[in-house]
Design a protein around this ligand. Structure first.
Ligand code: AMP
Ligand code: MG
Length: 499
């Protein structure tokens, strides 16, 4: 359908495209492909409201055209951003938005700036051999996992809409095509800095750094050692983020430097998965043969990635290279401490331990012993912590039922309840706020995506999404959503770089 045929006056995006305006040379303007028969599969109307978008809810055809790229809203200035990245440790100097476009930016109710981005909107000058397309399953995965992360309180990009394009996408099999509309506080990645640094375009690195600081770390603008402080602030954001991932058993799966945002939001839900039983070496991604991005490796990889960011900033940090390296190294080397602090806070809250300094050391031992026997007894990470809250109320049965050797847990519970931490409902209530009951269980995500992609049936997706929106709040008739996958499912489960 001709885009002119739509009543565009019903649509308002209050665009204010600062990246487009301020950073020419760092992107290529490009238009999305037109699609024959768009159909709306998902629309996040509360998010649209937060972003102050004016959209007609009663016109799915119009929304389908809009969120497939057939209809470009007024004020949009679509661009493909340039970026590079270390993928599995190897540097690719040119990646860029090969199947994504940023339509523009809007300010939400709190005056926070957000990118509105298409994924799967067709080939761009960065596509290399790719087709620029996306399939329904992986785009709906972005909805499920992104909304789950958001409800868990973890910084994340979010899905505004998903459409079916009506076209087919050829992967290892033929799949229905899709476009995701994604919202992010920006799409600036470590890889964005690497792209220009690798080309020796220091003027662009500086422009990008100044822009990024103004957009995400404005409090640093006038500080002494602004660029070093910027590196430290990004490290802190990542330390917090990774500790949050670890606290819910999230495995990103492809922590390449192009998939690590400067804002500290989780981005790109491709081969991600959630750990069931606690095993630090858990890895599901089919291409991660050596476990580089395993659950327990994520903090180390974050630090490695931050070192790559540091390299791009050296000449801004200090004109004297040796001094720049020394200062940046100090920041990077402080990452484990930042991370440990965040991790301790998260896990102390999960275990219902108080903030008393006096007990920090013995509490660390308690947490470490607890994790050791979750590991040794192959116990579900999520349920174990959740049922520990019941134990705080004097009801340890559900927890003990998870264990193959309940006696060890009983001993541990005795230590845990000593000396000041009495079993109280207050403690249990507090713990339940830090221990979700519902996470996106891998088998349920797969079932929901298969039903949508293969059978055109969105009901399992919608039901699962409803549950994931209240991860901490138990609701009736949701037994299936809290139950882990069978061991046989998990042992064979493989994820793929969602293309
Ligand atoms: P990702 O694995 O999604 O983070 O993407 C890594 C790089 O591959 C980015 O530059 C993407 O734009 C590009 N890419 C992934 N899939 C496609 C595709 N189907 N067509 C074109 N480029 C793609
Ligand atoms: Mg990516």
């Amino acid at each position: 359908m001709d885009s002119q045929a739509y009543p565009t006056d019903k649509i308002t995006f209050p665009f204010d495209n600062s990246y487009f305006r301020e950073l020419p040379g760092l992107y290529i303007p490009h238009q999305p492909e037109q699609r024959a028969t768009p159909q709306l599969l998902y629309f996040n109307s509360p998010l649209a409201d937060e972003l102050l978008l004016k959209l007609p809810e009663d016109a799915p055809e119009l929304l389908a055209a809009l969120f497939t790229g057939n209809l470009i809203p007024e004020g949009a200035e679509p661009i493909a951003q340039a970026y590079a990245g270390h993928q599995f440790g190897h540097f690719s100097p040119q990646l860029g938005d090969g199947r994504a476009l940023i339509l523009g930016e809007v300010l939400d109710k709190q005056q926070q700036r957000y990118d509105i981005c298409f994924k799967g909107s067709g080939r761009t000058p960065f596509s290399r051999n790719g087709d620029g397309k996306a399939a329904i399953g992986p785009m709906l995965r972005e909805v499920l996992v992104g909304e789950a992360m958001h409800a868990l309180g973890i910084p994340t990009t979010r899905a505004l809409a998903v459409t079916a394009t009506g076209e087919q996408v050829v992967r290892d099999k033929v799949l229905p095509g899709s476009v995701l509309t994604r919202v992010a506080s920006s799409h600036i990645r470590i890889g964005t800095f690497q792209y220009f640094a690798a080309r020796g375009q220091q003027d662009y690195v500086k422009k990008l750094a100044d822009y990024t600081i103004a957009r995400h770390y404005a409090e640093l603008i006038d500080s002494e050692d602004c660029y070093l402080n910027f590196l430290a602030a990004v490290s802190q954001k990542q330390a917090t983020l990774i500790a949050q991932w670890m606290s819910v058993g999230f495995i990103h799966g492809v922590m390449n430097t192009d998939n690590m945002t400067i804002s500290g939001e989780t981005i790109d839900y491709g081969p991600c998965a959630f750990m069931d039983s606690y095993k630090p070496d858990t890895v599901f991604s089919s291409i991660d043969e050596h476990g580089r991005y395993a659950y327990g490796n994520q903090p180390l990889i974050a630090q490695w990635n931050l070192a790559r960011l540091a390299e791009t900033l050296l000449s801004l940090i200090h004109p004297e290279q040796s001094q720049a390296i020394a200062a940046a190294t100090e920041v990077i080397e402080s990452f484990p401490e930042l991370y440990q602090h965040e991790w301790q806070q998260k896990f102390r809250a999960k275990a219902g331990l108080t903030d008393s300094i006096a007990t920090i050391e013995s509490d660390s031992q308690l947490i470490s012993d607890w994790l050791d026997f979750l590991h040794a007894q192959n116990i579900d990470f999520t349920l174990a912590f959740r049922y520990l809250a019941d134990a705080a109320e004097g009801k340890p049965e559900a927890l003990l039922d998870l264990a193959s050797d309940p006696a060890t847990i009983k001993d541990w519970l005795t230590r845990w309840q000593q000396p000041d931490a009495k079993p109280t409902s207050h403690r249990a209530t507090h713990m339940r706020k830090h221990n979700p009951l519902y996470i996106p269980r891998n088998h349920l995500v797969e079932e929901a995506l298969n039903a949508a992609s293969q059978d055109n049936n969105l009901t399992p997706f919608e039901n699962l999404l409803d549950t994931l929106k209240h991860p901490y709040q138990e609701t009736p008739d949701t037994e299936q959503y809290k139950t882990p996958a069978s061991d046989s499912f998990t042992s064979c489960y493989r994820t793929f770089c969602g293309t």
